[in-house]
Design a protein around this ligand. Structure first.
Ligand code: CP
Ligand code: NVA
Length: 305
């Protein structure tokens, strides 16, 4: 049987995502109650990081430990990847020794190449184009605070990047609308060969129009990892795209503010917003661990309830 991977949000059906959300709630409840639940005893996760991380690493490593398994951390500095070992060779080796692998890298093609020869399930832990684990946690967080996301409006202010491209895939699957405002010249591109109609995706340039009556307002850095060379130009081009309290006032009064983190206060978001009452960024961060535990369990053991 073919190995199941999670490289893009759209790799799972709506039913699979709904199962994972239910399972996340159950695993979170058990963890909060102090229950020991270790179905992954004896299993090992390899974590390959070609870019920095705080949340993703801690969420996977702590999550694996809580489920009774173990995690191995590899970065470019301490593995042969940094000395040019072909990605396929690394995949062949680590997937013979360990049960599941997560990869954080640059072009999405790299994780696809890794998965194409892997004997073990592969999870995309962020590429230039997608960050599916993040949006699983974001949707779980919205549901915890406000209920069903179907029919809702998510306003994206800023760059067309891995986070927003994944929101767009989620909008189509969960049937909500992503309304994006990017500066001119930074519009969304076709990164997944999917056609999005207006019910699920609208490309704008005016942040106020994007935020109007939205249920979620969300943003991210304007310089993603790997794009540092464009930093100066981007910081100028994205200046009018800061999420401020004034911008938030155009959304629904109970709109939530979300950010995948790390954040830059005074750049893409004002301190009063990210540290204010509408912000749920710390829940989003914690929920990375709960959603990733459900994902690890699912890819290793299948549906368990
Ligand atoms: N949101 C996120 O993926 O954070 P890290 O880069 O710290 O893992
Ligand atoms: N878009 C950001 C997300 C970091 C979690 C980046 O790729 O750097």
């Amino acid at each position: 049987m073919a190995v199941k991977h999670f490289l893009q949000f759209s790799d799972f059906t709506l039913a699979e995502h709904e199962y994972l959300l239910r399972r996340t709630a159950e695993l979170k409840r058990r963890w909060k109650a102090g229950e020991i639940y270790q179905p992954l005893a004896g299993k090992v996760l390899t974590m390959i990081f070609e870019k920095n991380s705080t949340r993703t690493r801690v969420a996977f490593e702590a999550g694996m430990a809580q489920l009774g398994g173990h995690a191995v951390f590899l970065s470019n500095n301490d593995s042969q990847l940094g000395r040019g070992e072909p990605i396929e060779d690394v995949s062949r080796v680590v997937s013979r020794m360990t049960d599941i692998v997560m990869v954080r890298t640059f072009e999405h093609r790299i994780v696809e190449r890794f998965a194409s020869v892997s004997k073990a399930p592969v999870i995309n832990a962020l590429t230039n184009e997608f960050h599916p684990c993040q949006i699983m946690a974001d949707i779980f967080t919205f549901i915890e605070h406000r209920g069903d996301i179907k029919g809702k409006t998510v306003a994206w202010i800023g760059d067309a990047n891995n986070i927003s491209y994944t929101w767009r895939q989620a909008a189509k699957l969960f049937d909500f609308q992503l309304r994006a405002a990017t500066p001119k010249g930074y519009e969304f591109k076709d990164v997944d060969g999917v056609k999005y109609d207006e019910r699920h995706f609208v490309q704008l340039h005016d942040p106020i129009a994007a935020v109007k009556d939205a249920d979620i307002v969300t943003t991210d850095v304007c310089v993603s990892m790997g794009f540092e060379r464009e930093s100066l130009q981007r910081k100028m081009d994205f200046e009018p795209y800061e999420v401020t309290t004034d911008l938030m006032s155009h959304a629904k009064p109970d709109a939530l503010f979300m950010h995948c983190l790390p954040a830059h206060r005074g750049e893409e978001v004002a301190a009063e917003v990210i540290d204010g009452p509408q912000s749920v960024v710390w829940d989003e961060a914690e929920n990375r661990m709960h959603t990733q535990k459900a994902l690890l369990e699912y890819l290793l053991l299948g549906q368990v309830d």
